[in-house]
Design a protein around this ligand. Structure first.
Ligand code: FAD
Length: 468
């Protein structure tokens, strides 16, 4: 029987990063993945393919809406070739997953294809697709089995017309009317892809605003911009039924007054969140507790109820984000090596890759108010920046929240061009417990979108932005 220091179950960003860090630290490591490709949700049906389609559809949007203004005349009709767009996306996915395989080989990590299930706390059975199996021995196990799309009890996903994000990433046609159930990150990103490609897109959200976990000002601005682009919103609407009739879907929702609206579309995308995935793991045989939300229960060291078994990523509490899973993967590997790693969950940034992009880190205004923290706020609109005007990306703003007395930055919230990248500056500043004035006194290259961060810091420090 093969024996390993560490066996990782699941090869998403949590699992594969953890396996690499374990190997770097000298552990004899194996990783088990039930699918033939490595990389998990993120690389195969999540972060990477969605960004590939966002980029392709963005080019189409620019070509049809902005090129003329830039002085670029294209002779003839500009058309979408969806088959090619999806094929390019798949090429990007293939490159990334083979990159992970290369990294496994480079780090001498044993890759086992099959479903991993516990026989007990130190033995994991790997069952291949053809039904054959082998059992391996593990001193330590890291559960990184991720998540799957959630649905509502009365919705039957048929994967053809009533679909999840997985199917929305490989459509054969541009929908005429895509009805999106859930105004969170995944629904909005995929909604914008098909909106740009010519679909009518309607979003139904149960709460009073889209991206409800983020600062309300971001939600307001994103709603404004997406409405301007043509997306329709039905907030404070509770979906009551989703029915398919041939190539049509009918979605019924009830508003706050108890009135029912009916949306007729040709596809309904159910994006109401994701649920932790532990099916087939036989966690109970190892003494690993799964909580009532279906997540693996862990302590502050990400250790499960079985002392040699840890769990990371979407399968445990906290934000369902690839970079959170990665940090946890490194954390567990270093813990196993006797180090004392640390993760500040308050400083895990959240990003929406629509255009304009939305990005945030730290506390929202709502959270600071709720906690009774005295804070000051400084905002700066991108339209006041030379860089934004040069590219005609003038939507959005940067908002910095700082402690009223100490000036320490408590939260940074931005919407605009390239904010997904700009947020890294805010994370760095907050990791080093910078004050708003610290940021405002650092030189930011001109002309860049990053100047918006400096200007917002000036506004937060002393209400003294230069260009406003
Ligand atoms: P996963 O990536 O879900 O990987 C788990 C792996 O475990 C899977 O490969 C699964 O097959 C395997 N597995 C499960 N059970 C077993 C078993 N018993 N035996 C063997 N293998 C098993 N996050 C971001 O940070 N940025 C984004 O831009 C972003 N975009 C997204 C877009 C979409 C459309 C979706 C759906 C998600 C997106 N996410 C994004 C979320 C991100 O994909 C997840 O947070 C991330 O993949 C979680 O990583 P993980 O390692 O915990 O699990």
């Amino acid at each position: 029987m093969s024996s390993f220091d560490v066996v990782v179950i699941g090869s998403g960003p949590g699992g594969y990063v953890s396996a690499i860090r374990c190997a770097q630290l000298g552990f004899n490591t194996a990783i088990i993945e039930k699918y033939p490709t490595l990389g998990g949700t993120c690389l195969n049906v999540g972060c990477i393919p969605s960004k590939a389609l966002l980029d392709s559809s963005h080019h189409y949007h620019d070509a049809t809406k902005h090129f003329t203004e830039h002085g670029i005349d294209i002779a003839g009709e500009i058309k979408v070739n969806l088959e090619q767009m999806i094929a390019r996306k798949q090429g990007v996915v293939d490159q990334n997953v083979s990159g992970v395989k290369y990294l496994m080989d480079k780090n001498k990590i044993t890759v086992l294809e099959g479903v991993g299930s516990f026989e007990d706390a130190t033995h994991v059975k790997v069952t291949k697709n053809d039904g054959s199996s082998e059992t391996i021995e593990a001193k330590n196990v890291i559960i990184a089995t991720g998540s799957k799309p959630a649905t509502l009890p009365f919705i039957e996903i048929d994967k053809e017309r009533i679909i999840t994000s997985t199917e929305a990433l490989k459509m054969k046609e541009v929908p005429k009317h895509l009805v999106i159930i859930g105004g969170g990150v995944i629904g909005l990103e995929l909604g914008q892809v098909y909106l740009r490609l010519g679909a009518k897109v309607s979003v139904i959200e149960y709460l009073d605003r889209i991206i409800p976990g983020m600062d309300a000002s971001l939600s307001k601005e994103l709603t404004k911009v997406l409405k301007k682009q043509g997306m329709k919103f039905y907030t404070k609407h509770k979906v009551k039924s989703v029915a398919r009739n041939g190539d049509e879907v009918k979605v019924e929702a009830e508003n706050a007054k108890g009135e029912t609206i009916t949306l007729d579309g040709d596809y309904a995308l159910v994006s109401v969140g994701r649920r932790a995935f532990t099916e087939g793991l036989d966690a109970e045989k190892a003494g690993v507790t799964i909580n009532d939300k279906g997540m693996v229960e862990v302590n502050e060291h990400l250790q499960t109820s079985a002392s040699n078994i840890y769990a990371i990523g979407d399968v445990v509490r906290g934000a369902m984000l690839a970079h959170k899973a990665e940090e946890e993967g490194v954390f567990v590997a270093e813990t196993l090596a006797g180090q004392k790693p640390h993760i500040d969950y308050n400083l895990i940034p959240g990003v929406v890759y629509t255009w304009p992009e939305v990005a945030a880190v730290g506390k929202t205004e709502e959270e600071l108010k709720e906690a009774g923290v005295e804070y000051k706020s400084g905002s700066f609109p991108f339209k006041a920046l030379g860089r934004s005007r040069a590219s005609m990306d003038t939507d959005g703003f940067v908002k910095i929240l700082a402690d009223a007395k100490t000036d320490e930055v408590l939260g940074v919230h931005m919407i605009g061009a390239r904010t997904a990248d700009l947020i890294a500056e805010a994370v760095t500043a907050m990791e080093f417990r910078a004050s708003a004035e610290d940021i405002s006194r650092m030189s930011h290259a001109h002309p860049t979108y990053a100047e918006g961060v400096k200007e917002a810091a000036l506004a937060a420090t002393d209400n003294r932005p230069i260009h406003m």
